[in-house]
Design a protein around this ligand. Structure first.
Ligand SMILES: [Fe+2]
Length: 296
């Protein structure tokens, strides 16, 4: 398969093994900067220490990576296991850069706020971009939500960001974008905030660059069919599953893009000069010979 065919399959993206890169005209004036994205650490999964060891290995690697901060897109622990939060926090202390977490459907909000970060819905600015962190998952469903109050908060944040000529990236665990088999079929239903969110996205189209999500455990997967808005699901640092998405996209039974890599890992992100690039970093493995790290 040639590069151009992959690019064709991916629409506006160029996708190579382990790498996705997208043009973002609205980020033309942004100076390039790097950050890392982890998701779905699931500490305590299967009641063993595998996930904890992987998170520890990821921290060792993240300390060597050049990004200025880390985004964690939710499911910090598995199944709401409260004793895992101090374990997460102890490992997090080894990280030598800021990390911004959001809760996933495995994280009860009260435990997340007690052990990780509060308030959940919050914002920070970096390099001309406002990152909006949103809690949109609950324990009793794989579907997500964005409440009217959250829409109002997002609207206000986007307006303030635009007034400062900042670009915007929204981070929430559950994707807004509708999806069905061969995808998971988990998203924010129209009446639960999806319709309102896409209306908001239209209002702020000149500034809103992307939505970043976890939740699917399918590597890098996403869509770009609401204007220029990029909607990207990010891989789990614990485990990812093969849903044969490349085949389904090729046959037309699934839309959007998928980057062929499914090992447990995280993303090295570079944003700026009109482009977002996500490089998939499998834990403990070398990638493209450009980056390698060892952990135990
Ligand atoms: Fe998860």
């Amino acid at each position: 398969m040639t590069i151009s065919r992959r690019s064709l399959l991916a629409g506006a993206a160029g996708c190579f093994a382990g790498l996705g890169t997208w043009r973002l005209p609205a980020a033309e004036g942004i100076e390039e900067f790097s950050f890392e994205i982890v998701s779905d650490t699931h500490l305590g999964r299967n009641d063993n220490i595998s996930a904890e060891r992987q998170w520890g290995g990821a921290i060792t690697e993240l300390n060597e990576a050049k990004g200025k901060f880390v985004l964690h897109l939710g499911d910090v622990v598995d199944g709401g296991r409260e004793p895992q939060y101090p374990i997460y926090a102890a490992a997090r202390k080894r990280l030598k850069k800021p990390i911004y977490e959001i809760p996933g459907n495995h994280d009860p909000h009260e435990l997340f706020e007690k052990h990780v970060r509060t308030p959940i819905d919050s914002a920070f600015d970096h390099g001309g971009v406002r990152f909006l962190l949103l809690g949109n998952a609950h324990r009793d469903s794989h579907d997500g939500f964005i409440t009217p109050e959250q829409i109002a908060w997002l609207d206000k944040q986007c307006g303030e960001a635009a007034a400062k000529d900042l670009r915007i990236i929204v981070c929430c665990h559950v994707p807004v974008h509708a999806n069905a088999h061969p995808d998971r079929g988990w998203f924010v239903q129209p009446a639960d905030g999806q319709t309102a969110f896409y209306e908001l996205a239209k209002r702020h189209a000149g500034h809103l660059l992307a939505c970043l999500h976890g939740h699917f455990h399918n590597g890098i997967r996403g869509w770009r069919d609401h204007g220029n808005l990029l909607e990207i699901l990010c891989p789990s640092v614990c485990y990812n599953q093969d849903r044969k998405l490349q085949e389904h996209i090729k046959s037309g039974s699934a839309k959007g893009f998928f980057v062929e890599e499914l090992r447990a890992g995280y993303l090295l992100a570079t944003l700026g000069k009109g482009r977002l690039t996500l490089r998939y970093k499998p834990l403990g493995a070398e990638l493209h010979g450009e980056y390698s790290a060892e952990w135990s």
